[in-house]
Design a protein around this ligand. Structure first.
Ligand code: NDP
Length: 244
């Protein structure tokens, strides 16, 4: 049986670990050729590639910092010279938490730049090419913090809410051109990012009484990238075990 994404190419930012790794493996398993981006963890990206290959998929790793406009443009020029990117997943993200009143400018800027400048730097060249192909799917990884806000995460919540606004606007601009843009907003997912989070306390707020696994986010991303979601655009799908 032909795989769901046969002959398609995907770019996943921040694929060296966590949710980005799970998305890369899931898309590769379903036939995508996946370009796995990383910033600093080349070994982690190589491990992601090995897991993709073990799942019967293929791809390559590509190192660039999404906040560096020139480096990102250069990397994308190389990637796009080989052919269009059919699926883009903007997953790269960081947190740098602190109560707003104590929040340094550096923490504010780093988080905003990674999510929003990163979105701009990567998405613009990729979507320009998607427009010429008249097809494409973009999924942006936001957070429940961007939907609901969260104490100690004003910078992160602002960045992730901004990403939702940018996604809905872009979705409206390119819908007639065959390109869909959606958002996945995870709750608490078991990755390095939440290593210091008070998981036991937070679990009490989750109706399912457990934290999520990266693969549970990846399967929703796969759906949004697929033809099964052909009439879904400009939406935010929350994956958080039932918190409301
Ligand atoms: P991890 O910290 O496990 O992984 C983050 C990934 O982003 C790494 O691959 C890292 O690359 C990459 N990255 C960070 N900054 C850059 C950059 N400037 N350029 C390129 N890559 C970068 O995080 P998660 O897997 O948990 O998070 C993935 C996404 O999901 C993030 O956007 C996060 O905000 C979001 N999210 C996570 C939740 C959670 O509970 N885990 C909840 C809600 C949303 P490298 O390691 O190579 O430096």
């Amino acid at each position: 049986m032909e795989k769901e994404f046969a002959a398609k190419t995907a770019l996943v930012t921040g694929g060296s670990k966590g949710i980005g790794r799970a998305i890369s493996v899931e898309l590769a398993r379903c036939g995508c050729r996946v370009m796995v981006n990383y910033r600093s963890d080349k070994a982690g990206a190589a491990e992601t590639l090995a897991l993709m290959q073990a799942a019967g998929g293929e791809g390559a790793i590509t190192g660039f910092d999404v906040t560096d406009a020139d480096a990102t443009q250069q990397a994308l020029d190389d990637i796009l010279s080989m052919g269009p990117v059919d699926i883009l997943v903007n997953n790269a993200g960081i947190n740098a938490d602190g109560l707003f009143i104590m929040l340094s400018r550096d923490k504010w800027e780093r988080v905003i730049q990674t999510t929003l400048d990163g979105f701009y730097n990567v998405t613009k060249p990729v979507v320009e090419k998607m427009i010429r192909q008249k097809q494409g799917a973009v999924v942006n990884i936001s957070s429940v913090a961007g939907v609901m806000g969260n104490r100690g995460q004003a910078n992160y919540a602002a960045a992730k809410a901004g990403l939702i606004g940018a996604s809905r606007s872009l979705a409206a601009e390119v819908a007639r051109l065959g390109i869909r843009v959606n958002v996945v907003a995870p709750g608490l997912i078991e990755t390095e990012m939440i290593a210091d989070a008070p998981v036991a306390n937070i679990k009490q707020l989750i109706p399912m009484a457990r934290i999520g696994q990266p693969e549970e986010v990846a399967r929703v991303v796969r759906f949004l990238c697929s033809d099964d979601a052909s009439y879904v655009t400009g939406q935010v799908i929350v994956v958080n075990g039932g918190m409301c």
